[in-house]
Design a protein around this ligand. Structure first.
Ligand SMILES: C[S@@+](CC[C@H](N)C(=O)[O-])C[C@H]1O[C@@H](n2cnc3c(N)ncnc32)[C@H](O)[C@@H]1O
Length: 252
């Protein structure tokens, strides 16, 4: 019987932010094919000593697919390890297509994404009743481009909690667009290598998002979280209000 390839989310960096399922799989891996440019090497240390470790930062899709297929066909347990959650900016879709074409079974194990680790480290909720109820995960239009109907102008118009991935190189342009819709004092969390030993995290007003990034020379592994939910004082929710009754706290 063919063993499925596991496409596994490594989380944002810290070893103890791996899921139990991810850790169990890594501890049984015969072959680890991992995005070395984005994953904390400490995570790759938990595989067995016999496990073959193959970094992918210098490989093409064709080379990665050939390796996945070859090692799987040798009957080995293959782990394809991606940072954060693999379904977000992981370029796994093209790998999935290749595996489907080759008739190779696979599974996907979710991981903690950078925006979740950032909100948790800040000790903040991103969906506060009466303030903001929507989270947008997006990126600046770099070399990859963005479909026109998803341009930052239109997303910013919602003034939702907006998470900008892969955008440090485009921060000036992003700030300019965001300021067309969000007040200039809107809090922005700038999160660099969150959960890594050298993590750096700060909250600045939107008008200082670009200058702070420049001062800190941020280019990679940076997430921007723009949100009215990051303001210091917030209203309380109905959920735990004594006046609010529901199935589990009926008005008796
Ligand atoms: C290729 S994308 C992958 C995103 C990943 N799949 C996730 O769910 O977090 C890489 C981008 O994710 C963000 N990122 C990933 N890990 C991060 C971390 N530890 N701290 C801050 N941002 C991070 C940055 O915006 C970075 O440019």
């Amino acid at each position: 019987m063919q063993i499925p390839i596991s496409i596994v989310g490594a989380g944002p960096g810290a070893l103890d932010l791996l899921t139990r399922r991810a850790e169990d799989l890594l501890r049984r891996a015969d072959v680890l094919i991992w995005t070395d440019s984005l994953i904390n090497p400490e995570i790759t240390e938990i595989v067995p000593a016999y496990c073959e470790k193959i970094p992918t930062s210098s490989l093409t899709l064709e080379e990665i697919l050939a390796l996945l297929i070859e090692k799987n066909q040798e009957g080995k347990k293959v782990i394809r390890l991606h940072d954060g959650d693999p379904c977000l900016y992981g370029a796994i879709s093209e790998q999935i297509c290749g595996l489907l074409e080759a008739g190779i079974d696979f599974e996907i194990i979710p991981g903690v994404s950078a925006y979740q680790a950032t909100a948790a480290t800040l000790k903040r909720e991103l969906t506060i009743p009466g303030v903001v109820q929507t989270i947008i995960l997006t990126r600046a239009s770099g070399r990859t481009g963005i479909p026109k109907k998803e341009c930052l102008q239109s997303l910013a118009a919602h003034q939702a909690s907006l998470c900008l991935y892969l955008s440090a190189r485009h921060v000036e342009e992003s700030q300019k667009i965001l300021l067309e819709h969000y007040p200039e004092e809107t809090p922005v969390a700038i999160s660099y290598r969150i959960s890594w030993p050298d993590e750096w995290l700060t909250i600045v007003p939107l008008k200082e998002m670009a200058s702070t990034s420049r001062e800190k020379k941020l280019i990679r592994t940076t997430l921007y979280l723009i949100s009215p939910a990051l303001r210091e004082t917030q209203k309380r929710s109905k959920l735990y209000s004594p006046e609010h009754h529901h199935l589990f706290r009926p008005n008796e």
